[in-house]
Design a protein around this ligand. Sequence first.
Ligand SMILES: [Cu+2]
Length: 64
Amino acid sequence: MYVFKVNDISCNHCVQSITQAALEVDNNAKVNVDISSKTVSIESNADQALFREAITEAGYTPEQ
Ligand SMILES: [Cu+2]
């Protein structure tokens, strides 16, 4: 499982955007975005770097 800390998650819109972006990388991914801990957890066989890229392209900033 990949876990990204994304400090600019603030509301349900963020959850939607990030979830959508992750599913575009892997439609079968299990994605959980938690607003209170500002984390994105993804279960997928796709490369972690692709998710980092997708989250960034959606306008968010995953920590390294
Ligand atoms: Cu938001």
